[in-house]
Design a protein around this ligand. Structure first.
Ligand code: FES
Length: 156
């Protein structure tokens, strides 16, 4: 059964005491759950609901609204490349093709060694520095093929 570490449980209690509105710390608790469990599934939604006092249906609807909460197991490095207008106009299509060819996967897939998962996501809020991508929690902006190549080579 999924359960937070003692340290995370203390943090949840601290957040609940700080925010009288039950739903207020939900986004933070969802982040903690992704860190702890790797991704969110039905069992995780039940656990978070019980822990936060927020109805499970609300936990699910919030978690699935945002692309930052993993809904399935991903590779060690989760590449989330923006597919919105500013990034596409700045060359994101070429970067998607390059990453797919280099890793031999399509968007939504994970490499057989479980190192990389590629997802295409909505705007990352870096339109002024497009094309943009997040790998795990780190932002990479003003991407071009050369930069992507260096980034991928640097991931151990
Ligand atoms: S359109 Fe890509 S970051 Fe906004």
């Amino acid at each position: 059964m999924k359960k937070f570490s003692e340290e995370k449980l203390k943090e949840v209690e601290r957040l609940k005491a700080r925010y009288p509105e039950r739903q207020a710390p939900l986004l933070m608790i969802l982040h903690m759950a992704c860190d702890e469990f790797g991704y969110l599934d039905d069992e995780a939604y039940s656990y978070i609901s019980e822990l936060s006092g927020v109805p499970k249906s609300k936990v699910y609807s919030v978690a699935t609204f945002y692309s930052m909460y993993n809904q399935k197991p991903y590779g060690r490095y989760h590449l989330q490349l923006c597919k919105n207008v500013s990034c596409m106009l700045a060359g994101a299509d070429d970067i998607v093709k390059y990453i797919c060819d280099k890793l031999n996967i399509s968007p939504g897939e994970t490499t057989p060694d479980n190192r990389f998962t590629l997802s295409l996501v909505e705007c990352l809020g870096s339109c002024g520095k497009a094309p943009a991508m997040i790998i795990n929690k780190e932002y990479y902006e003003n991407l071009d093929i050369e930069k992507v190549d260096k980034i991928l080579a640097g991931l151990k």
